[in-house]
Write a protein that binds this ligand. Structure first.
Ligand SMILES: [Cu+2]
Length: 84
């Protein structure tokens, strides 16, 4: 299964156009601050990527769809993960 990467820099998410159902998603945080990727509504996925180049992974949902997500630390951060 192809791995995909979400990069966080300058409080912005760079997200692949889409990911396969159940894909392993790597989150790389190039900011100094910690950020999360938290599905909104909660429950589909949630990870924290530590600042200073930290990375983590999560498993994309197996059900196709558009999943909005936020950073729980920074209210103005958000993005969408498209699973198809
Ligand atoms: Cu954040």
């Amino acid at each position: 299964m192809k791995s995909v990467v979400i990069t966080i820099k300058d409080f912005k998410y760079t997200v692949p156009g889409s990911v396969a159902p159940g894909a392993k998603v790597t989150v790389k945080n190039d900011d100094a601050q910690n950020h999360t990727i938290t599905s909104a509504p909660k429950g589909a996925f949630e990870v924290t990527a530590n600042g200073g180049g930290g990375s983590t992974t999560f498993t994309a949902p197996t059900k196709p769809g558009s999943y909005k997500f936020i950073c729980t630390f920074h209210a103005d951060m958000g993005g969408t993960l498209v699973v198809k």
